[in-house]
Design a protein around this ligand. Structure first.
Ligand code: GLN
Length: 445
């Protein structure tokens, strides 16, 4: 196929699938790709971005009314790098409003539906990204992951997604949710495709103060699939209460495959798992309440009508511009940061984060990689999580710890439940162990 044919095929696939799964917020008709010739493995390959990643001249909404007509005048570093490598963006993908959620149902553009079963959620918050890849609309998509938003939708949609080590991918141009946890990464059909995309995305960027000066590139070339002698730890605290037996069985079967490829797999205790969800939601909401204070009707996007004074302009814009889940988190975050409660909640959560990180660092003195489920169940029915947000928060248990500890985590398909819904297994590596994580997934696949 020529580049032109690839783009036309993807656009016609998007036109056919959009009405059913609502994966896109904005579809762009890209310029005809430049002449054939390999600039990089990604040259001419149709892809798309989650709609919280700034794209010059293309509306970037965060699936929120408050940014409904916001068009950035610059590209995120990631978009700049991918474009330079020849990537062809077909538009912007649907998501939970401001990336807050686990089902992609809180979008002001309507819920995304899971291509495997349109009555179910695709996961979230990068649900549009996972659905678009699963439905064959784009070859890969760029998502963001603050507490699992790449890995969990990848699991629910039967595709591969990776959150790289914190700091390896520039966050410049990613509209912030919780800056100390946010990281962008690919959702694609395989670990090898993720590696090819990360080779372009990763690398130092002076415009992001948390960007690491670590070596970048060469991930794709490093894949061998050789797992001989690799020690893989299986935390029993991720296999117990609350885990669907079919998901457990599929993850244990994945462990057997890794063993057959030459790895050793051993169960061990990781008791900090009990604390990861409360610590995550306190820190994420605290940072969100601060990050989202910039949306005031003055500087970006949408502004309420009929206000008397400045204070009323702020209040009306925010009241009408943000959805219920975003407001809940701003309120929670403001509360845990308020004087009198700071020590009891926010400070304690930060101390807990340090304990969690130490526990993972300890595990990596014994193991090269960890294997866990991605989520306790397969894709839930649409609507279920909206009525029970606490249950939704608890379902993030296996993914949020990876963000709190700043580690690389990958979600790969490892089977189906009896309803025919995909199940995901998660591989976690030590900080900067991204290549080892990708290689294990490559060996498995
Ligand atoms: N589900 C988690 C949350 O709602 C994670 C979201 C994300 O990673 N952006 O915060």
């Amino acid at each position: 196929v020529t580049r032109q044919e690839a783009v036309e095929a993807a656009l016609s696939r998007i036109r056919a699938a959009q009405g059913a799964n609502n994966a896109f917020i904005t579809v762009t008709d890209p310029p005809v790709p430049a002449a054939e010739g390999a600039v990089s493995p990604l040259a001419g390959v149709p892809m798309a971005y989650k709609d919280n990643i700034c794209t010059k001249g293309v509306r970037t909404t965060c699936a929120s009314r408050i940014l409904g007509d916001f068009t950035p005048c610059y590209d995120a570093t990631v978009a700049e790098r991918l474009t330079a490598a020849g990537a062809v963006s077909l538009g912007k993908l649907n998501m939970d409003e401001f990336a807050m959620g686990s089902t992609s149902e809180t979008s002001c553009f309507g819920a995304v539906k899971n291509p495997w079963d349109l009555t179910r959620a695709p996961g979230g918050s990068s649900g549009g990204a996972a659905a678009a890849v699963a439905a064959g609309e784009v070859w890969y998509a760029i998502g963001s992951d603050t507490g699992g938003s790449i890995r969990q939708p990848a699991a629910y949609c039967g595709v591969t997604g990776m959150k790289p080590t914190y700091g390896t991918v520039s966050r410049y141009g990613l509209i912030a949710y919780a800056s100390s946890l946010d990281q962008m990464g690919p959702i694609a059909r395989s670990a090898a495709d993720c590696a090819a995309v990360l080779d372009i995305m990763m690398g130092k960027d002076v415009r992001d103060a948390t960007s690491l000066d670590a070596p970048a590139g060469g991930l794709l070339a490093s894949l061998t699939g050789d797992l001989r002698g690799k020690r893989i730890g299986l935390p029993v605290d991720c296999l117990g209460e609350g885990l669907d037996p079919e998901v457990r069985a599929a993850v244990l079967a994945a462990a057997e495959v890794l063993k057959a490829r030459g790895a050793t797999v051993e169960e061990f205790a990781l008791p900090v798992m009990e604390y990861v969800v409360p610590a995550y939601y306190i820190i994420a909401c605290a940072e969100a309440s601060s990050n989202l204070s910039r949306f005031d009707g003055v500087k970006y996007g949408w502004r309420a009508q009929d206000y008397g004074d400045l204070e009323e302009l702020y209040a009306k814009t925010r009241t009408q511009g943000f959805g219920t889940e975003v407001k809940r988190r701003i309120l929670l975050g403001t509360f845990v940061l308020s004087s009198g409660y700071y020590d009891a909640y926010y400070k304690k959560a930060l101390q807990t984060k340090a304990v969690i990180k130490a526990a993972f660092d300890g595990a990596f003195t014994k193991y090269d990689l960890l294997l866990t489920p991605v989520a306790p169940t397969t894709a839930p029915k649409l609507g279920e999580s909206l009525s029970d947000p606490l249950k939704m928060y608890l379902s993030d248990i296996y993914t949020v710890s990876v963000n709190l500890a700043g580690l690389p985590g990958l979600s790969m398909p490892c089977g189906f439940d009896q309803k025919g819904l995909p199940i995901g297994a998660q591989l976690i590596g030590p900080a900067l162990g991204d290549a080892a994580v990708l290689n294990a997934a490559y060996g498995y696949q």
